[in-house]
Design a protein around this ligand. Structure first.
Ligand code: P1T
Length: 380
């Protein structure tokens, strides 16, 4: 199956045995009747497994070209499960620009359990090697990064992870499997905040992991069940439904994202536009090689780097909604320094480019003329 077919049919070979419903029913149940202890039809308790969640998990595996999918109650719950593969004393090398909540989970929770994180620039992947020790167990990559839109060379990271026998996990939230498939490039684990493009309609919070290796999958399933951060069947249904239109939504997100990036760069009030489709983006060449298009996320700064001016712009927007999150059909604007990345100390976030005037856009699939007019009136 090719990608557009997989979004709709991937992993969905089992027709509902009860009435042949085309969508998997929402199995809103805690438990499953057994004829004798252990005598069940594959499900015994909904933390361990639920048919609606299983349908989604098979679909997730299919669209990411993996073998095993796992759905969690949020993106952070999925990341939490990955880090629980580690032991006190282990070390992780993470990109230095990443979602503030991931940074908070690493530094405020897992450092407390004795895991050490190195936050390093990965624009040039060879920099990772400078931090590898015999304690390194995981490389954590987010590409494109949130919110600076840095692009990290997944194949180069995979070569390093294989050389030193450490795991490579890629947060594929911004790109989605429509744009890039990290498992095909040598990653061991793909992670998603399914809250974003996979769900696609800003109506559900969910996380996902996809892997190819059975031993790794078994460890993660064990953690999923033992720690219990699963998603409910309603949410599994919603994300499964969302994924069916991922390819057509992403096509429009990419078209609108490009048009807005080009409009912003032509506006004399704008200083920088961070969008990997520009030829002068520092890692444009890698983006071109590993992504099929450039997505619907971008960030920009205004000339003078004025905090108050940035706040005024996001307040003035009418079609773009000021809010956290991204990846829904509707356009959203955010001010990372005070919102999604507020948990990162100012000096650290500014080093990676998250300055006071930075505004992040999640470009939706509305009419492009309306979106550009909205930015024009807000920026002035
Ligand atoms: O919100 P949650 O589903 O738990 O996912 C966390 C997460 C993980 N990785 C990336 C790249 C993310 O962007 C997120 C969540 N991000 C936002 C809420 C945001 O507005 O950036």
């Amino acid at each position: 199956m090719k990608f557009n077919t997989k979004t709709i049919h991937g992993g969905q070979e089992d027709v509902d045995p009860a009435y042949g419903s085309v969508m998997p029913p929402i199995y809103q149940t805690t438990t499953y009747a057994q004829t004798t202890p252990g005598g069940h039809k594959g499900f015994e308790y909904s933390r361990s497994g639920n048919p609606t969640r299983a349908a989604l998990e098979k679909n997730l595996a299919s669209i990411e070209n993996g073998k095993y999918g796992l759905a969690f109650g949020s993106g952070l719950a999925a990341i939490d499960a990955v880090i629980k593969l580690l032991q006190p004393g282990d070390e992780v090398i993470s990109t230095n620009n990443l979602y503030g909540g991931s940074y908070r989970l690493f530094t405020k929770i897992f450092e407390g359990f004795g895991i050490k994180f190195h936050f390093v620039g990965m624009d040039n992947a060879t920099n990772i090697e400078n931090y590898i020790t015999d304690k390194t167990k995981l490389i954590w990559v987010e590409t494109p990064t949130n919110p600076m839109m840095n692009i990290i060379d997944i194949k180069a990271c995979a070569a390093i992870s294989k050389k030193y026998n450490v795991l490579l996990a890629v947060d594929n939230t911004f790109a989605t499997p429509y744009l890039q498939n990290p498992l095909d490039m040598g990653a061991d684990i793909v992670m998603h905040s399914a809250t974003k493009y996979l769900g696609g309609h800003s109506d559900v919070v969910m996380g996902a992991l996809i892997v190819k290796d059975k031993t790794l999958a078994d460890k993660l399933y064990f953690i999923q069940n033992a720690s219990g951060a699963i998603c409910g069947p309603q949410d599994a249904f919603l994300v499964l439904r969302g994924i069916k239109t991922l390819h057509i939504r992403m096509q429009r997100h990419c078209e609108n994202g490009k048009a807005i990036a080009e409009y912003l760069i032509s506006n004399p009030k704008i200083e920088n536009v961070y969008w990997p489709g520009f030829k002068d983006h520092p890692n444009h060449q890698i983006a071109k090689e590993q992504m099929r298009d450039y997505g619907g996320m971008l960030s920009f700064t205004t000339k003078g780097n004025n905090y108050k001016e940035a706040i005024k712009i996001v307040e003035n927007l009418k079609i773009f909604t000021l809010g956290e999150s991204l990846g829904g059909v509707e356009s959203l604007a955010g001010h990372p320094a005070s919102m999604t990345h507020a948990s990162i100390p100012k000096a650290d976030r500014e080093k990676t480019g998250v300055v006071d005037s930075l505004i992040r856009l999640s470009v939706g699939i509305e009419d492009i003329e309306d979106l550009i007019d909205d930015l024009k009136q807000a920026i002035g």
